[in-house]
Design a protein around this ligand. Structure first.
Ligand code: TRP
Length: 336
């Protein structure tokens, strides 16, 4: 029987912060299953992270911690290619070439660049500006079909397509023109301290991290903002009860129960019963992930074998594309 070639999916993750419940329930939880349908590449975008000043020790530690956490969340290294961006030097090399096919005007229009300039006024470096051409290289090296990204990265994916088309028009078919893949939304988790904005690490009290201790998680849920209505009743009402609705959303995502079932389960109970119950359910969901991630982090040799093998597999593909590009633009073939 003829083997059907799977489509290629690729995404980069910046190791700049710890994963939290919003990342997990909203996205990462569903990534493991993708490997059935796609050839998946995931890498820690450590080079991109350098566009903002990093503490070297932290960056190194986070890169490995995130790798361990993604594996613990179900991204099986046997079925997915997991690696660190800086280990596959073709990214930086193609990044340079693509810089020469990306316009100053295009880069200037990137909203993320403008935002980051406003936030890092004292460090508006060249890397921040050319960030999207390195990202284009990340994607185009693997001839990716789909790039799963959040809404905030859509503009970078569009630019990647423009760069690919421009290059192909000059030199003939070289790059697959990729599509942004905005996955079916998982749960949209809001902050526990402010249920009208998304859970974010910038508000650590309202944010539950995957690696957090159970007692800290319990405390955060007990203190979660519920609504100042007088009814003290567990009922889904996004507009009038955003706090309770957010907790119901979380509880539903971790237990699989519908809102109706949850309302029944907690009928007659106030928030004082409901909030710790959500905390407990979250703790039990995160417990195996935290334990597995901790176990992996203590097994550096295993982690090293994962990213070594990942980089080898990635490089095998990346090398072919880069060789083709070098040839097309007129660089003399490397003799070794
Ligand atoms: N810019 C992406 C982000 O901040 C991370 C990233 C880097 C990426 N290279 C990529 C995502 C390639 C998808 C594909 O989220």
């Amino acid at each position: 029987m003829e083997e059907i070639k799977k489509k290629i999916m690729l995404s980069g993750i910046q190791p700049s912060g710890d994963l939290h419940l919003g990342n997990y329930l909203g996205a990462v939880k569903n990534w493991g299953a993708r490997a059935e349908e796609f050839d998946c590449y995931y890498f820690m975008a450590d080079l991109h992270t350098l566009t903002v000043r990093q503490d070297p020790k932290m960056l190194r530690r986070r890169s490995l911690e995130q790798l361990a956490q993604y594996i613990a969340c179900g991204i099986d290294p046997e079925k997915n290619v997991l690696f660190l961006q800086s280990h596959v030097h073709e990214h930086a090399e193609l990044g340079w070439i693509l810089n020469c096919y990306t316009m100053f005007g295009e880069l200037s229009r990137m909203t993320q660049f403008k935002d980051k300039c406003a936030k890092n006024a004292d460090n508006i470096n060249g890397g921040l500006f050319t960030y999207p051409s390195l990202m284009a290289a990340d994607i185009l090296l693997y001839q990716a079909d789909y790039v799963p990204v959040g809404e905030d990265q859509r503009q970078h994916c569009e630019l990647t397509r423009d760069i690919a088309v421009r290059f192909n028009n000059i030199y003939g078919e070289t790059f697959k023109v990729p599509e942004a893949y905005v996955p079916k939304a998982g749960a949209r988790v809001m902050g526990l301290g402010n249920p009208t904005s998304k859970m974010s690490k910038s508000d650590p009290n309202g944010c539950v991290f995957l690696m957090e201790k159970p007692e800290d998680i319990a405390r955060k849920f007990k203190r979660a903002i519920t609504d100042s209505d007088t009814e003290n009743c567990v009922r889904f009402d996004q507009a009038n009860k955003p706090g309770v609705s957010n907790l119901m959303n979380i509880y539903s995502a971790v237990t699989g129960k519908s809102f109706e079932e949850i309302e029944k389960e907690f009928a007659g109970c106030g928030y004082g019963v409901f909030k710790p119950a959500v905390g407990d359910a979250v703790i039990e969901t995160l417990r195996p992930i935290r334990e597995e991630a901790t176990r992996l982090l203590n097994d550096k040799a295993y982690l090293c074998s994962v990213y070594t093998e990942g980089a080898q597999k990635a490089s095998f593909i990346a090398r072919k594309t880069l060789r083709k590009v070098y040839k097309k633009v007129g660089l003399v073939e490397k003799p070794f």
